[in-house]
Design a binder for this molecule. Structure first.
Ligand code: UD1
Ligand code: CA
Length: 458
């Protein structure tokens, strides 16, 4: 006999009233990614035959975010409850299949716990967990001999049932054919007036099916986020996981509670992250990269030994060797720094390719610029790259010295070894190995009188 197909259904149609947001709940983010993306990532690690996402509230918004994700989208036009939501996905699932149901608001779920459910045995299985504060969760109700009898929602539970700490995670494995029959029999005679998926469990008990409950040791994995308080809690748990992952990989963290990872980080040996580092997108940090406090790095690739000093913001930056950046530097995309480059405080770069050992130590803007090696950019130098319509290139040769407070009006090029006098406005190409300056001669007015206070008229 063939192995039954495995179909995964993710319930993601709910509005998430309790979030008080215009966005569908599963688009709320954890670690910089929608909750649904995390759930999908865990689901995709199983050997599935189909993944079905039940969507509804804010559906178009949701589908736009996940356009490239290969799943079957199932619309639940009205949010009538979790049972009704699951029923929408069932017509395309064969009767002899296994159905794994997940909630879209459980971003911390791991493939490992899903595998536990898959191998738990029984005709159907539920992942449960024990919570100190089970408020809001469905309770796992058992008879005197400890056998599972039903799930009772918080709003419908008796005072005694409210004391139960073992709760329903919302993750189940069902036999598809039976599930279809049970779903068809659901009603909304309950506190929420909704079609509760959880009511099918009592039906399964009545039909004497073999029900396995698997309690997960780390309840953090299965926590749901119904409101922003819970969402913030999940974010913290997620971030501590990321911090631990980094430390295990050899990264030194000044404080694992004060680093935020919103994407992927690859790090070499002896990388150091000071407090309040935010890492967004895909960052690659080679050996001995050190990031000062309060820095933001997005999609950067930093070579071994690069030091980023306090409060710098780097976006799409590549360093090709040991560089020093900041404090208070802003490096934007297209910035490529060769080995030994120094970018100091209050310097902004954009599409700037800077050669070996060149320095811009203070207060500059370098945009659409190519700099050779050993260039010295004086304080206050600005590339005037934009005429209000188009952007133009500035090219600076090896060994150039740009005096302080110079404006380089692009397109313009400065020849190798040239010197530019401080305070110049350079509008034409400057030749190599010569001093070029454009400021007026200094004058002193001998007969000048300091201004006098005017006598009052009255
Ligand atoms: C649900 C369970 C509860 C369990 C908890 C675990 C039910 C009735 N209750 O409660 O036993 O302890 O999850 O986190 O199932 N959804 C739809 N369509 C709807 C309603 C909801 O797709 O009409 C989706 C939501 O988008 C969400 C998921 O189903 O992703 C769960 O809905 P939610 O309202 O969060 O259920 P809980 O009250 O948390
Ligand atoms: Ca929930």
């Amino acid at each position: 006999m063939n192995k039954p197909e495995l179909h995964i259904v993710i319930l993601a149609a709910g509005r998430g009233q309790r979030m008080r947001s215009e966005q569908p709940k599963v688009l709320q983010q954890v670690g910089g990614q929608p909750m649904l993306a995390h759930v999908l990532k865990a689901a995709q690690q199983l050997p599935y035959d189909g993944i079905h996402v039940v969507y509804g509230y804010g559906g178009e918004q949701l589908r736009r975010v996940f356009t490239d994700t290969p799943v079957a989208w199932v619309k639940q036009a009205e949010q009538l409850g979790t049972g009704h939501a699951l029923a929408q996905a069932m017509p395309s699932i064969p009767d002899n299949a296994q159905v794994l149901v997940l909630m879209g608001d459980q971003p911390l779920i791991t493939a490992r716990s899903l595998q536990i459910l898959m191998i738990a045995g029984g005709d159907l299985a539920i992942l449960t967990m024990r919570l100190e504060n089970p408020t809001g969760y469905g309770r796992i109700v058992r008879n005197v001999s400890g056998e599972f009898t039903a799930i009772v929602e918080h709003a419908d539970a008796s005072p005694m049932q409210l004391e139960i700490k073992e709760v329903n995670s919302g993750v189940y494995r069902f036999p598809a054919g039976r599930l279809k029959q049970w779903l068809a029999r659901l009603d909304s005679q309950n506190a929420a007036g909704e079609n509760y998926l959880t009511d099918v469990l009592a039906m399964a008990v009545a039909e004497q099916l073999w029900i396995k409950t698997s309690e997960i040791n780390d309840p953090n994995e299965l926590l749901g986020a119904n409101d922003r308080v819970q969402l913030a809690r999940l974010e913290r748990i997620y971030q501590l996981r990321q911090a631990e992952r980094l430390m295990v990989a050899g990264v030194a963290l000044a404080d694992p509670g004060r680093v935020d990872v919103r994407g992927q980080v690859q790090a070499g040996k002896d990388v150091f992250l000071d407090i309040n580092t935010v890492l967004i997108g895909n960052n690659f940090l080679a050996d001995e990269v050190s990031i000062g406090p309060g820095c933001i790095l997005e999609d950067c690739r930093l070579a071994a030994g690069t030091k980023v000093l306090a409060h710098s913001v780097l976006q799409g930056v590549v360093t090709e060797g040991e560089c020093s950046i900041g404090p208070f530097a802003r490096l934007r995309s297209g910035t490529v720094l060769a080995a030994g480059v120094k970018i100091g405080n209050f310097v902004e770069t954009k599409k700037a390719v800077i050669g070996t050992n060149s320095k811009a130590s203070h207060l500059s803007y370098l945009g659409d610029a190519v700099l050779g090696a050993n260039v010295n950019i004086g304080a206050g130098t600005i590339t005037c790259n934009y005429d209000g319509v188009n952007k133009y290139q500035t090219t600076i040769g090896d060994g150039v010295f740009i005096g302080s407070d110079t404006q380089l009006v692009a397109p313009v090029s400065i020849g190798t070894g040239a010197f530019i006098g401080a305070g110049s406005t350079i509008t034409q190409n400057a030749p190599a190995d010569k001093l070029t300056l454009s400021r007026r001669k200094q004058v002193t007015i001998d007969r000048w009188q300091p201004p006098q206070r005017r006598r009052s008229e009255d």
